[in-house]
Design a protein around this ligand. Structure first.
Ligand code: ZN
Length: 143
């Protein structure tokens, strides 16, 4: 699968907010947050195209770019990638960190509580380590 750099995320966010934009339009949208030249932006667009994450079509004299994947899918993939980087027994640390850091309204917290209540029904008593030996400390007491 793919991974997105910070710069690529920024471009994808512009295309998620409004598809079918020219490089000039994307460049303009990012002007306040970046001092990229149009040529830098075109390099990023080229890389995103190479990763199969955007497509373009000719519209008059310009090319219009659009995303090939939804923001939701991209965010889910990014978090799955993060979770796969650590022992399943450490997912609680990731979750706790996110819960403390994320911007959450009272309504959001109620939604999260519902998700937790649903998860609790079938949750195991303990989480087993699924790591290969040598990649986490769970196996360190085993001979
Ligand atoms: Zn482990």
């Amino acid at each position: 699968m793919y991974e997105l750099t910070d710069a690529e995320w920024q471009v994808m966010r512009v295309l998620w907010s409004q598809p079918n934009q020219t490089a000039q339009q994307i460049h303009q949208a990012l002007q306040t947050s970046n001092d990229w030249t149009l040529s830098t932006l075109k390099t990023i667009l080229f890389r995103l195209k190479g990763k199969g994450l955007i497509h373009y079509k000719r519209q008059g004299r310009a090319f219009c770019y659009a995303s090939c994947l939804s923001e939701q899918v991209a965010i889910e993939h990014a978090f799955e990638t993060l979770l796969e980087r650590s022992c399943e027994r450490k997912h609680i640390d990731w979750m706790t960190f996110l819960l403390k850091k994320a911007a959450l309204s009272k309504h959001h917290i109620e939604l999260l509580q519902q998700v937790l209540d649903e998860r609790k029904i079938n949750a195991p008593q303990t989480i087993e380590c699924n790591c290969p030996k040598g990649q986490c400390i769970c196996h360190s007491n085993e001979i």
